[in-house]
Design a protein. Structure first.
Lengths: 337, 344
């Protein structure tokens, strides 16, 4: 079973998954009580206006017809239109999704950059002082609610010290770097605009730091457990017995075994962080998918809700596929099939 | 009475494991001597301390909970217990090779045989700081070093009887059979051209036919390379086939130490006698196989004096209080038992 075939199969399996996902979300959002059309049309609207709106958005059609035309649109790039803002969902997602992706990726970067080394140190010095210190710090940060940490950081880093802005994605008085990927930091780097990169990074830093803390603790703990387990393997003892230096055993043999577990937790955390970004985006007024999802849900604006769900579904599945492929790269005994 | 020809000399080694259940006196005065070229079998039941003795030599006893409270391990006259961590690592690399019981778990599953053998070759023969990593492979000097190491690795594979080493070196351990994996491990152990090979139950996890092949390989390596081997096993047949000398351990002490023929013909210690009677042979009729009455002692509260006395048919008063010293019968046959106190 080769990699290309495996990839193709996994990608094709995405289709039934997305149909199931959309069916569920579609049904739930349409049968919920509430009057999105009334909300969109405004309090002074006449029944005729509301009826016209209903026809305009195809809501007078039977549900199965609505569903099928929605799915057809999905494949042709028409992800629907917001009842409230009349903007196309695909256009909105193109703006908001990269923002959240950037935030989440940066948070994962912080969580693994701090968490993996901390976990390794913790494992090597098991039950000694460095281990205790790392574990207490990890417990400390995971125990604070994110909204509280967010405000503390805003007040210290943002207001008292003035090092970082307390919200938004970019300086409101300036135009962000022109879109290539939609990730401001990446776009700035690609255009070699280092001042823009600095501005984007400073806006990104505090929310990403807050977002990373929940993941940081689990990454640290899983890394510690995985390294300890790998250190206990027979081949580690054999390599020590024949005189391979401990540093080599650790960096080459132990870490590679441990990375299976570490990648698993990173993939899981990536999903959690994307979903959890809602809170952080709200506090930092960061224009991302989370904020968009909350606002759309409050208005029962179902086209954006559907679009966000589908997008999340695709991202989660892709992360899963990437993780499975990474397993096979790390451990040659794992076959794709 | 340390002789210059002694390669390894373990004197009065005491090892304790300090656990929550109490202090287990795992080794209580182990004495063992090996000369260069010796193939010494170390036998005993599960839990008698033979593997712990083997792990104490390279300094691989987990500490904590292990504590060596007394004794010396002299290798070529130097006490290994006085060496620093780095010195021990260099000692293991240059002087010692070790193989273990289960060849399936003693190789890393995620690297090729090439990667693991090259590491064994490079790190055992070079200063660790000068070993070029894989990522430096584009430097001409580094590439040459690794190519040389690979050539040496293929030679080693041929030495331990792996056919087509130049092709199979690219494979992963799971593509090798158990016997072939054990050969790879022997090749890794030999990469540093060690003086002493410690083999901790090297054939226990293998099929009987493969066992014989591995034992024959070890015997031929002894002849070819002038290797000394400390072979730990609970299988007396393996000892008879492979070793020149044998030391019998019981509950943390060596209780009899003799040339192989001497021990099988004239076992002296009551425990050794019992052990040999417990080996099935073609002359024993079904149902007549004898065991040794009683069970192995608890090492947290071991019997005083001779640790075998509660199970011994010839027990005397002195056995309950005094640890028996070594009594010599014939040349090279030492028995740690009070029964032989009067023997001149």
């Amino acid at each position: 079973m080769n990699l290309r075939y495996y990839l193709l199969r996994r990608l094709l399996l995405l289709i039934p998954l997305l149909i199931g996902l959309t069916l569920l979300t579609f049904t739930v959002s349409r049968i919920l009580p509430g009057d999105p059309v009334g909300l969109a049309a405004g309090p002074q609207s006449t029944p005729e206006i509301r009826e016209r709106l209903r026809v305009q958005f195809g809501l007078d059609q039977p549900l199965p017809v609505q569903y099928i035309s929605y799915i057809a649109g999905l494949f042709s790039g028409d992800w629907g239109q917001s009842l409230y803002s009349r903007r196309f969902v695909a256009d909105d997602l193109r703006v908001y999704f990269p923002a959240t992706l950037e935030l989440t990726l940066f948070a994962i970067l912080i969580a693994s950059g701090l968490g993996i080394p901390a976990g390794i140190i913790s494992a090597i010095y098991r039950d000694k002082l460095p281990d205790q210190v790392v574990r207490v710090i990890a417990l400390f940060f995971v125990s604070f609610p994110a909204f509280w940490l967010a405000m503390i950081f805003q007040s210290i880093l943002g207001v008292s010290l003035g090092w970082f802005p307390i919200g938004k994605r970019y300086d409101v008085l300036l135009a962000p770097p022109a879109t290539i990927t939609g990730l401001f930091t990446v776009d700035a780097l690609l255009r070699l605009d280092f001042s823009a990169f600095g501005i984007a990074l400073r806006h990104l830093f505090t929310p990403a730091l807050v977002l990373s803390f929940g993941a940081l603790a689990s990454v640290t703990r899983i890394t510690r457990a995985a390294v300890l387990e790998a250190l206990d393997k027979d081949y580690v003892r054999m390599e020590r017995a024949i005189g391979i230096p401990y540093r080599v055993i650790l960096t080459k043999y132990v870490l590679r075994s441990a990375f299976i577990a570490i990648i698993t937790v990173l993939a899981l955390e990536f999903g959690w962080l994307m979903a959890g970004a809602v809170l952080v985006e709200t506090i930092f007024d960061y224009p991302g998918l989370g904020l968009y999802a909350v606002e759309s849900s409050l208005r029962l604006d179902f086209e954006p809700i559907m679009g966000i769900t589908v997008l999340y579904g695709i991202v989660f599945s892709l992360v899963n596929i990437a993780t499975d492929i990474a397993y096979g790269i790390i451990d040659p005994r794992i076959r794709y099939g | 009475m340390t002789r210059m020809s002694d390669l390894l000399r373990i004197e009065n080694l005491h090892l304790e494991f300090r656990t929550f259940d109490g202090v287990a006196k795992v080794l209580a005065g182990v004495n063992l001597t090996m000369r260069r070229g010796d193939v010494l079998g170390l036998v005993g039941e599960t839990g008698c301390g033979k593997s712990m003795t083997a792990l104490a030599i390279p300094g691989l006893i987990p500490m904590p909970p292990g504590v060596i409270t007394e004794g010396r391990i002299l290798f070529e006259g130097e006490n290994l217990l006085d060496k620093s961590r780095d010195e021990m690592q260099r000692f293991r690399a240059r002087k010692l090779g070790m193989i273990f019981q289960d060849p399936t778990t003693n190789l890393s599953p995620v690297y090729t045989i090439r990667e693991q053998l090259i590491d064994a070759v490079l790190y055992q023969r070079m200063d660790a700081k000068r070993v070029p990593g894989r990522w430096k492979g584009w430097l001409p000097s580094a590439r040459q070093t690794r190519l040389d190491a690979e050539r040496r690795a293929v030679e080693l594979m041929a030495l331990v009887g792996i056919p087509d080493g130049d092709k199979r070196i690219a494979e992963y351990p799971h593509q090798f059979s158990g016997g072939m994996r054990q050969r790879v491990l022997i090749a890794m152990a030999l990469a540093g051209e060690p003086d002493l090979l410690i083999a901790d139950e090297p054939t226990t996890a293998l099929d009987v036919t493969i066992q014989a092949q591995i034992l024959r390989l070890i015997a031929s390596l002894v002849k070819q390379l002038g290797l000394s081997v400390l072979l730990i096993t609970h299988n007396l047949g393996v000892v008879a086939q492979t070793c020149q000398r044998v030391a019998v351990m019981y509950a943390g002490r060596v209780i009899e130490n003799a040339p192989v023929r001497e021990l099988f013909r004239y076992p002296q210690h009551p425990y050794t006698q019992g052990l040999l009677r417990a080996v099935p042979t073609t002359r024993v009729r079904r149902g007549e196989l004898e065991g040794i009455p009683g069970t192995i002692p608890n090492l947290v509260t071991p019997p005083s004096g001779c640790r075998f006395h509660p199970r011994c048919a010839h027990v005397m008063d002195v056995c309950r209080t005094v640890v028996p010293p070594g009594f010599i019968r014939e040349a090279d046959h030492v028995i740690y038992c009070h029964l032989y106190a009067e023997t001149p």
